[in-house]
Design a protein around this ligand. Structure first.
Ligand SMILES: [Zn+2]
Length: 219
């Protein structure tokens, strides 16, 4: 299990202030909360789990990111509440969460201009008005169209895989490797000659020697 790390008020403040967040006061909420506008009507909030100068106890220690909007002076949570655990690397994890609010927020509602958020039905995802059930306008989410897969024959797939492997190996073909390959080539030719099956065609041997049959990690 990952060990919880202490996050000081100062750590969090430095991290969030650099991204334009400001601490806000929410009556009745003990933990420190930061907020910034991401659109004209939507704020991204971070519930930091920090009370006073340091983190809360384990169990209440997750940091949460929440999208909120104000509707008739009432703050409404419209999405998010993704938890970021107070572990080593929390800055990266929190950053990822903060960077992903766009995925939740859709275009303005065409009926009432309120923010819309990502919802899911049996028919798939859609942008739903945050005023639901007062406004039940929905908009389809246009997913990027998938390209039909290129149909390849088994042979061409195998060829392509082989070429990829060769390219990968060629990238590792350092001078040292080439010298090693030369020695390998000489050795193979000597072996073919010794067995009386050397036909004078060096090219396949050179290729084989240069590429070898070992993964790059073993070179
Ligand atoms: Zn609406």
């Amino acid at each position: 299990m990952a060990t919880a790390v202490e996050i000081s008020r100062q750590d969090m403040n430095t991290f969030l202030a650099a991204q334009g967040f400001q601490e806000i006061n929410i009556p009745g909420t003990k933990e420190r909360v930061y907020s910034k506008f991401v659109t004209k009507t939507v704020c991204l909030r971070v519930y930091t789990s920090i009370v006073g100068e340091s983190s809360r106890d384990t169990g209440e220690d997750a940091i949460r990111t929440v999208l909120v909007t104000k509707v008739n002076d009432v703050v409404k949570i419209i999405g998010g509440d993704k938890r970021v655990h107070r572990v080593e690397g929390w800055r990266n994890n929190l950053q990822n969460r903060l960077d992903r609010w766009q995925e939740q927020l859709g275009p303005a509602c065409p009926k009432c201009q309120s923010p819309t958020i990502r919802r899911r039905s049996r028919k798939g995802p859609f942008w739903g008005c945050c005023q639901y059930p007062n406004c039940n306008s929905v908009q389809p989410i246009s997913e990027p169209t998938r390209q039909p897969p290129v149909v390849q024959s088994r042979q061409s797939q195998a060829d392509e895989a082989w070429r990829d492997r060769m390219r990968e190996k060629a990238a590792f073909a350092t001078l040292e490797r080439k010298q090693e390959a030369k020695a390998y080539f000489d050795e193979m030719r000597a072996e073919l000659e010794a067995n009386g099956i050397y036909d004078g065609d060096d090219e396949p041997l050179q290729k084989l020697a240069l590429v070898g049959d070992r993964p790059p990690s073993e070179w």
